[in-house]
Design a protein around this ligand. Structure first.
Ligand code: HEM
Ligand code: HEM
Length: 405
């Protein structure tokens, strides 16, 4: 069997690509629909869902790379003429479907890959390259938009595959021609081709169909992302009482780092208050006090935000705030805040070492802390560290100025 296509036959390379990719695409459609419908209430369910999604994404990236190779190969090949070119309408439909299929092999996996790259932390791709993509920011809006496009383009792909399959079956079972056989291994007798009517119409129709799909996908995705954002900001706006403080926080971040499925996800709390008293003249012992209250609903943690706020984790509807009350101590090793952290209804002693940069009436502090989420009953049902690591890192930075009063 020749490797290259001829004017009437598909060569071995095209056939290999066709069936390899067809098998993967059909598997991916089944996996995508199946995994999307899986529940994720318990740890076992969450683990299974993540596993199926990791498989889906890993095979999906494989299809994308194979599709690029296939398209590059096709660019240098002649395309065998249609065996039923004399049926104008049917051959237009067949060719349009082929172009839609070629387009889908790029658009569907690429949209999925971009959505994955913009998201953080759920079901990694198993290929040993980075989970991100160049130029794709970590952003829930980008994630929503491309996930919606992936879903809608996936539906167009499913429709095209059904049409394509029915066409192949019609040729084989009703017309009884060699269309299917010439895509299978072997060299069936083909006779001569009818006169071909070359036209750009099928390629243009497919391009227009993809342009419309992308426009609808992006518009729906943006609407979805906006709705999601306004829901999140509705809960983030739970107010915290303002505090009286000798040192007033001007600026700061409380970053939270968790590790679901082995890949770290970083987020932060947007809303918190701190009341600080501090006497910089103290050289050893207690130099002040700090009391920080954090609004838990103000957490943004990539694609796992709503899960983190849910009943199994922070249980935000029952426990909307966390508090840290500590004495600021100075010792030979520098500064520490020694006190108690309360998350949900659990209080644990905590020592936070930090650095302090003092310039007249401005103080900049930076401290990091590793906690065990189990001490605070966060993710109690997730008892395996592979699904969600027990260690959670906090990175706290703030700049405060001395209140002149
Ligand atoms: C040709 C390749 C692919 C096909 C045919 C495909 C197909 C599908 C289908 C049919 C669904 C279900 C959508 C629904 O719920 O209606 C789905 C979901 C999903 N796929 Fe793919 N997929 C492919 C590649 C990828 C790749 C490469 C990634 C990421 C690297 C990916 C990530 C996802 C994700 C995250 C979902 C969950 C639902 C969503 O957010 O849209 N897929 N896929
Ligand atoms: C469901 C099983 C499938 C069958 C029975 C099938 C059958 C065929 C046959 C017989 C041809 C040759 C058409 C001709 O000679 O004019 C063909 C071409 C083609 N198939 Fe499939 N196919 C299947 C699945 C797929 C899938 C899943 C995809 C991609 C998503 C795909 C993409 C294509 C493309 C792009 C061509 C055009 C090749 C070219 O001429 O450049 N097929 N298929």
């Amino acid at each position: 069997m020749a490797l290259h296509n001829t004017a009437i036959r598909y060569g071995a390379v095209t056939k290999f690509f066709h069936w390899f990719i067809a098998l993967l695409v059909i598997t991916l459609i089944a996996l995508g629909l199946y995994a999307s419908d899986l529940p994720f209430e318990t740890q076992a369910e969450l683990g299974a869902k993540a596993w199926y999604f990791s498989l889906h994404k890993t095979l999906g990236v494989t299809v994308f790379l194979a599709a690029l190779a296939r398209i590059s190969w096709a660019l240098f090949q002649s395309r065998p003429g249609l065996l039923n070119a004399d049926h104008r309408w049917e051959s237009w439909l067949a060719e349009t479907t082929h172009w839609v299929l070629y387009g889908s092999l790029v658009i569907v996996p690429l949209a999925g890959w971009i959505a994955h790259a913009a998201a953080s932390g759920f079901a990694p791709i198993w290929w040993p390259f980075s989970q991100g993509l160049p130029f794709i920011p970590k952003s829930t809006t980008v994630e929503h938009v491309f996930a919606t496009l992936h879903e809608i383009a996936g539906k167009v792909l499913i429709g095209a595959v059904i049409l394509h399959f029915l066409g192949a079956m019609k040729h084989h079972l009703i017309d009884r021609d060699a269309t299917l056989q010439r895509m299978l291994p072997g060299t069936p007798a083909l006779g001569s081709l009818p006169v071909q009517h070359h036209s750009a119409a099928p390629a243009l129709t497919a391009t227009a169909a993809w342009a419309a799909t992308i426009a609808v996908g992006l518009a729906l995705g943006l609407t979805d992302a906006n709705a999601d954002r306004s829901n999140t900001s509705a809960i983030s706006s739970v107010p915290l009482e303002s505090v009286v403080s000798e040192w007033q926080v001007q600026d700061g971040t409380i970053v939270l780092r968790v590790t679901p499925f082995g890949s770290p996800v970083e987020g932060s709390f947007a809303n918190w208050t701190s009341s600080i008293s501090f006497d910089e003249s103290v050289e050893t012992g207690k130099a002040g006090e700090v009391q920080t209250t954090v609004s838990i609903p103000s957490l943004a943690l990539g694609s796992v935000t709503s899960q983190a706020l849910g009943a199994d984790f922070f249980n935000v509807t029952t426990f909307p705030t966390a508090t840290f009350t500590a004495d600021i101590m100075v010792g030979a090793d520098g500064y520490t805040a020694q006190g108690k952290l309360t998350v949900k209804d659990l209080t644990m002693p905590v020592v936070l070492p930090f650095t302090l940069l003092l310039q007249k009436d401005t103080a900049q502090m930076h401290g990091t802390l590793t906690l065990d989420r189990r001490d605070f009953g966060v993710g109690e049902t997730v008892t395996d560290a592979g699904t969600l690591a027990f260690e959670v890192q906090l990175d706290i930075k703030l700049t405060a100025t001395r209140d002149p009063d």
